[in-house]
Design a binder for this molecule. Structure first.
Ligand SMILES: [Zn+2]
Length: 117
């Protein structure tokens, strides 16, 4: 995966975060169409330092899986792709949201959940 300069530990951990990044993208794409550069900025705001070499393949992959639909727009003579969540993407997001809630509860309120081991 291509990435910007960052500390080695963070680069290694990217593999761990990439599912969260996909969920984050899907979350925003379900609210309004998103653009590559816009989402790079938004993820940056959340501490993810990902470059175009990571984000564009990620968006294409999500489109291929049927979670996003791309719409080509022409803005001031330039071509850009807007990505919106599909119905399948929204369904996947709804299911994933429950998983996130469960993990969150276990990580931050361990007293309310009991591990099975
Ligand atoms: Zn966000």
């Amino acid at each position: 995966m291509a990435m910007k300069r960052k500390p080695p530990a963070e680069a290694r951990n990217q593999e761990l975060y990439i599912g969260l990044v996909r969920l984050h993208v899907l979350h925003h794409a379900a609210e309004e169409p998103i653009f590559g550069l816009g989402i790079i900025g938004e993820l940056g705001r959340h501490g993810y330092r990902l470059g175009p070499g990571t984000i564009y393949p990620l968006l294409h992959g999500m489109e291929r899986r049927g979670w996003l639909r791309a719409n080509v727009q022409h803005v001031e003579g330039r071509r850009r792709k807007a990505y919106a969540a599909t119905a399948a993407g929204r369904r996947a997001l709804k299911l994933a949201r429950e998983r996130v809630r469960e993990l969150y509860e276990e990580m931050f309120h361990p007293e309310s959940t009991k591990a099975a081991f």
